[in-house]
Design a protein around this ligand. Structure first.
Ligand SMILES: Cc1cc2nc3c(=O)[nH]c(=O)nc-3n(C[C@H](O)[C@H](O)[C@H](O)COP(=O)(O)OP(=O)(O)OC[C@H]3O[C@@H](n4cnc5c(N)ncnc54)[C@H](O)[C@@H]3O)c2cc1C
Length: 496
């Protein structure tokens, strides 16, 4: 019998949906994220009802088959049409769902889980994003197997499921360069070691420098990169055009080119870490929200959740943009500020774009996915602080203008979907690591726009450090206490 397709755009079959459900992905959003259904040009119009029906038949609850959020634009729209809009006249907050005052976020009542919570665990990790899951995996690999990851939503619900997938070693401090270089090495072998394809490719990062000041900046960086063993070169427009012939050479003076940087598809990265961690004994519980902590003197003794209490020896807060709120539940004050960043994908095109291209100054970045889509984002300096994940027309207009200026031919390309996630921003753009407030209350947050690429390397070192394998520079440099002593250099090569 032939394959029974449910999603024609992304070639997803009924059997794949059934396998996803059998593997524990019960709700529609998780099944979407594990199979890719509904992410193609029709945006779910042809498949969602059929898949929801199938999930109900398999045993999902009505709450679990709620359709995933419709992502604007409703129709594919060419970037040129969006570029014609004036972003200054468009509001920052359209599309933001407003919760009534005091409304509770969807919790376990809406998503009953078959797996009970254990009454205790050696290590409880709050947050099932890339940071939490990679630490769980690395701990489990080192023999610390009684690890419990608590995630308030589905895996990939946070920034880890919403990002651009860029992995680059082009940073401005030796620590960041070394961490990112190590992550790139780990990405090289991730698919083979974890048994899941993450579509990692090392097709380089090209940073365009439009001003003389930006050129000096990339020249200084390239010098440091060479000392750190990277192949970064500053190239003129002619050479940059050999890498991406479609660029408008009038828009930049020079570019920083590192052919060894790469891009990954984020979703399977999380599934890989989660399933390997579980195979080694760790437990991952989704739709379980941490609501508080019990403490005794200098120690946290238990984690409270909306599904019960778990006694523990150690807590790691890896809650991304929510970390400040989670730490506050234990009375610990983090300086992190969550800020929305929007991103979009276009219709799929034949492969034409090798590297991830980013324009210094305006924060534009885009790359071409292995499915052929252009995936790109751009920060907005006027974006206010807050955990907000709605989408705006203003972002589309800003992105479209900047993208079409950089590559005029992008004007013909149609946007099919947009979404948003949050950067978790610290005052010096570096993470907050190590214990804070209590001796066994660890932090792993504040990864701004580079937490995905840092996670594989940070998790290795975190697990070594927690397992008592000696001191580690990053757990001495990136403590919460640094903001009082003012000890750490600011990382300013942030994009988005
Ligand atoms: C648009 C965009 C583009 C980006 N591009 C890149 C890029 O190209 N490269 C890169 O390296 N990084 C990028 N980033 C940044 C990167 O995505 C983040 O730094 C990284 O994913 C953070 O991982 P995390 O595990 O710390 O947080 P998250 O992935 O946000 O995970 C935290 C989890 O904690 C859960 N949680 C929160 N509160 C609770 C609670 N009370 N109880 C239980 N669970 C809770 C959340 O639901 C969430 O799933 C981008 C981010 C955005 C938004």
């Amino acid at each position: 019998m032939g394959k029974r397709l449910v999603c024609a755009c992304e070639d997803v079959s009924l059997d794949e949906v059934r396998r996803a459900f059998a593997a524990g992905h019960r709700d529609l959003e998780s099944v979407k994220r594990v199979t890719g259904l509904g992410t193609g040009p029709c945006q779910g119009k042809s498949c969602v009802a059929r898949v929801a029906q199938e999930l109900l038949r398999l045993g999902a609850t009505p709450a679990e088959i709620q359709p995933f959020t419709a992502r604007t634009p409703v129709q594919p729209v060419p970037l040129a049409a969006l570029a014609a809009l004036d972003p200054a006249g468009l509001p920052l907050d359209d599309g933001v769902p407003l919760a009534p005052p005091g409304a509770e976020p969807p919790g376990p009542a809406a998503h009953p889980q078959a797996d009970p919570l254990p009454p205790r665990a050696d290590v409880v990790i709050v947050g099932g994003g890339i940071q939490g899951l990679s630490i769980a995996y690395e701990l489990a690999r080192r023999g610390v197997r009684d690890v419990l990851v608590l995630e308030q939503g589905y895996l990939n619900a946070g920034a880890s499921g919403r990002n651009g997938g860029g992995v680059r070693a082009q940073w401005t401090t030796p620590t960041m360069i070394r961490l990112a270089s190590r992550s790139l090495e780990l990405c090289d072998r991730f698919a083979v070691e974890m048994g899941i394809n993450v579509w990692f490719r090392r097709s380089g990062y090209l940073f365009l420098a439009p001003t003389a000041e930006q050129v000096s900046r990339i020249e200084r960086n390239a010098e440091l990169h060479r000392r750190e063993g990277l192949r970064t070169r500053v190239v003129g427009p002619d050479e940059a055009l050999q890498v991406v012939p479609e660029l408008d050479p009038r828009r930049f003076r020079a570019a920083a080119w590192n052919p060894d940087d790469g891009v990954v598809f984020p979703w399977p990265f999380l599934w890989g870490y989660a399933s390997r961690a579980e195979a080694l004994g760790a437990k991952v519980r989704t739709f379980t929200r941490v609501t508080g902590f019990d403490t005794a003197g200098p120690r946290v003794t238990a984690v409270r959740t909306d599904r019960g209490r778990v006694a523990c020896e150690l807590v790691v807060v890896a809650a991304g943009a929510w970390s400040r709120d989670v730490a506050a539940l234990a009375g610990v004050s983090l300086p992190n500020r969550p800020t929305r960043h929007e991103i979009l994908v276009t219709e799929p095109l034949k492969p034409w774009l090798g590297p991830l291209v980013s324009v210094l100054g305006n924060g534009l970045y885009f790359s071409q996915s292995q499915r052929g889509e252009i995936v790109g984002g751009m920060g907005d300096p006027d974006e206010p602080e807050g955990v907000v994940q709605g989408s705006t027309l203003r972002f589309l207009a800003r992105f479209a203008r900047a993208a079409v200026e950089t590559v005029p031919r992008l004007g013909e390309v149609k946007v099919i979907r947009q979404w948003a996630g949050c950067y978790d921003v610290t005052p010096d753009n570096n993470p907050v690591l190590g214990p804070a407030g209590f001796e066994n209350f660890h932090q792993c947050s504040g990864f701004v726009g580079h937490g995905f690429m840092m996670a594989p390397a940070v998790a290795e070192r975190y697990a070594d450090w927690l397992a008592g394998r000696g001191k580690d520079e990053i757990f001495e440099r990136f403590t919460l206490g640094r903001f009082e002593s003012g000890a750490v250099a600011r990382e300013d090569f942030i994009i988005g």
